[in-house]
Design a protein around this ligand. Structure first.
Ligand SMILES: Cc1ncc(COP(=O)(O)O)c(C=O)c1O
Length: 376
């Protein structure tokens, strides 16, 4: 029989909907840009594979890419250097390697609810216990510090935060970031900050956790910023000693990250943020369209997301979010049920507006029809 952890761990609710969908279903379920990577990135990848850059590289990643990432993080902490950065096989692997490096069996880890689908299973796979903390819609999907205090026990080891958030679209301002860092410091907790949507903020300003405490570890990714989800490249930024430890686990998880993808990502970073400006502007426009149309559908209420590229509307239709998502799947629309993200996600659906306008229009039309059917 397979190991207990294998029996216990579940496929994520996002993947279940995606992999169970009929071939022509409209996909607003997966969170990935419908854009191709920018031309400079595509060209760099092609050039790399044609000129023999097809071999293993250093476990922690190529020094040139690590140095470029460190340079970008120096606006948060001017001492950030190559030794703080590890290039990973996507943000997913960064999160996994950090979890396996930090959590012991018996530890408790504070995870957001609703929150991204990897945090709790990663804690469990490391033998720890995830302890959800609430991100209530009524608080703009921000945590309540008093409620967090009440969850701390002598076994609490870490807190996971995610701003801009998948699935809520919530963004923490700099004052809240400072309060969360002070909370982690006061209780001697590691603070794992997932910042993969740092380039996608529509309201307010992005505030990074990096540079505010030596307990902070950041997971990040090239997937969304350079529209290269399928190339599997991300990175983490950690205090130097911790980075040495995490690199040991990272080596055992993935040996080393993809060499040509790193060369391409470096070309993307060197070209600067303007190369993804058309994509970011398009997400602004789609966000406005989707929020406006969702709020016109009877039974749906959608708080405009401040960041990332998800709408997270609440429904007052009959059934659980899994039942509603399955009913929509039967009508050809893939969404993600809110309960895949925790108990506060019940009565919500998550829809990605990184999908094409055509997919969004057709998806909205299926939702309108469903709302009419439910109203009877
Ligand atoms: C909040 C968050 N973190 C991490 C990831 C992992 O991204 P990747 O492994 O593609 O870099 C995702 C992907 O959807 C995400 O939404």
């Amino acid at each position: 029989m397979v190991a207990q952890r294998t029996r216990d761990v579940e496929i994520s609710g996002i993947r279940k909907m995606f992999e169970g969908a009929p071939p022509n279903a409209i996909n607003l379920g997966l969170g990935e840009p419908d854009f191709d990577p920018p031309k400079v990135v595509l060209d760099a990848l092609c050039h790399a594979v044609r000129t023999g850059k097809n071999h293993y590289g250093p476990s922690a990643g190529r020094t040139d890419l690590r140095a470029k990432v460190a340079e970008l993080y120096r606006d948060r902490d001017e001492s950030t250097s190559v030794e703080n950065v590890i290039i990973t096989a996507g943000g997913s692997e960064a999160l996994m390697s950090i979890a396996l490096s930090l959590y012991d069996p018996g530890d408790e880890v504070l995870v957001p609810d609703p929150g991204f689908v990897l945090y709790a299973p990663h804690a469990r796979l490391a033998g720890a216990t995830p302890v959800p903390y609430d991100l209530a819609e009524s608080r703009g999907f921000c945590p309540d510090l008093d409620a967090l205090e009440a969850l701390v026990t002598p076994r609490t080891k870490a807190i996971v935060v995610n701003s801009p958030s998948n699935p809520t679209g919530g963004v923490f301002d700099s004052a809240l970031v400072d309060r969360l860092v002070a909370f982690a410091d006061a209780h001697d907790l590691y603070l794992l900050s997932d910042e993969v949507y740092d380039g996608l903020v529509y309201r307010g300003r992005f505030a990074s956790f990096w540079g505010r405490s030596d307990r902070v570890v950041v997971a990040n990714s090239f997937s969304k910023r350079l529209a290269m989800t399928g190339w599997r490249l991300g990175f983490l930024v950690a205090p130097r000693n911790l980075a040495v430890d995490i690199n040991k686990i990272h080596y055992h998880v993935t040996a080393c990250p993809s060499t040509p993808a790193q060369i391409a990502a470096l070309a993307g970073l060197e070209a600067g943020p303007s190369i993804v400006q058309p994509m970011v502007q398009e997400f602004h426009a789609r966000r406005r369209l989707v929020v406006r149309e969702l709020n016109r559908i009877p039974g749906l209420t959608c708080v405009p997301p401040a960041g990332a590229f998800y709408a997270f509307p609440r429904f007052d239709w009959p059934g659980t979010s899994t039942e509603v998502a399955h009913a929509l799947l039967g009508r050809g629309l893939i969404t993600t049920p809110g309960d895949a993200f925790g108990h506060l996600g019940a009565s919500h659906l998550r829809l990605s507006f990184a999908a094409s306008r055509d997919a969004l229009q057709r998806g909205l039309s299926i939702l309108r029809t469903y709302a009419r059917e439910v109203a009877g």
